[in-house]
Design a binder for this molecule. Sequence first.
Ligand code: RIB
Length: 312
Amino acid sequence: MSARVAVVGSSNLDLVVTAPQLPRPGETVLGENFRTVPGGKGANQAVAAARAGAACDFVGAVGDDEFGTRLRASLVEAGVDVRGLRTIPGPSGVALIAVDRDAENFIVVAPGANGALTQLDADDRATIAAADVLLLQLEVPLEVVIQAADWARAEGTTVVLNAAPAAVLPPVLLDLVDVLVVNEHEAAVVAGIRSDDPPVLLDALLELVPRVVLTQGARGAAYADRSGLRLTVPAPRIDAVDTTASGDAFTGALAVGWVERGGATTEDTVTASLRWACAAGAACAQRAGASTALPERPAIDALYDATYRGTP
Ligand code: RIB
C-alpha cells in the first residue's frame, strides 16, 4: 500500500555555519563555511516522506519575502503538494544553525510566518481526512497542532506527533496522539521527569500516549506500546557529517514505512518500520544541510539492506 501523508508544520530558511566547535554561552568562535538551506521541521518531514515514496501534502505558512519564495519552490521541487501553504505578509521562518566537526549542531528558530498559522480551514480538513497519517511537530502554534490532531482523530487519520522542539504538552493534545516520536531530551520534557533511562522514559510516556518511538541517534531507536510490545533496533554505522534533519528524515520515513506495513502493529512490522526509519536518519546524517540531505527511497533501501539484511 502506498502512503498518503499530510504534514501541518513549519518551514524555515536555515542559515548554516560550520565551525570547529560549537560556542559556549558568551563565546565567539570563528566559523568556516556559510550557506542557506531550506529547512524547518514540518517542511523537512514533508520532503522526507515524499522522497521516501509517499504522496505528501504540506500545510504551513511562509512570508512574502525571498525566503518564502525559495521555501515554496523547494517543496514543489521535492514533489510535495503545497496547496495548503499560505503566504503571509512579513518575514518567513529562519533558523540559525551551527554545525561542528563532530556533526553536532545547535539551532535557534525565529518563527516568522510559522507563528501566524493559527487557524486551519475546510480545505486543510479535507487534506487531513484524505491522508493515512498526519505528521505534526511543535514549530507552529499549539492551537493549530491541536486543531489538526482533533480533525485527524475525527476523520480516522493516524496522528504521529514529533514533539520537537521539546515542550510540556496539554492532555487535550496528548489524548489525540497515536504515535509519539521523541528523542531522549524531548521524552523527559514531555513526561515531566528527570531521567535518561529509556525504559523509565518509555514507561512514563505510555501513561500519556498509546505508542512511543524513542530516537537514540547513532544508537538507533526504541519502541513501546500499550499492548506490551517493546523492542529496540540499532542504527546503521555511518560516518556522520551533519545530523541536522536526521530526526526529520527518520520521522518522515517512519510514517511511510508504517503505512506501507499496514499500520505496523506486530513485532515484525514495527521492527521493519523502525529499521527503515533508522536507515533514513543515518542516510541524512551522511550529507550536509536539512532538505538537501533528506534521502531518496533507493538510498534508504540500500542502507537498510546493507545494515539489516540477514538479521532476524
Ligand atoms: O530539524 C531540523 C530543523 O530544525 C532545521 O531545518 C531548522 O529549520 C529547525 O526547524
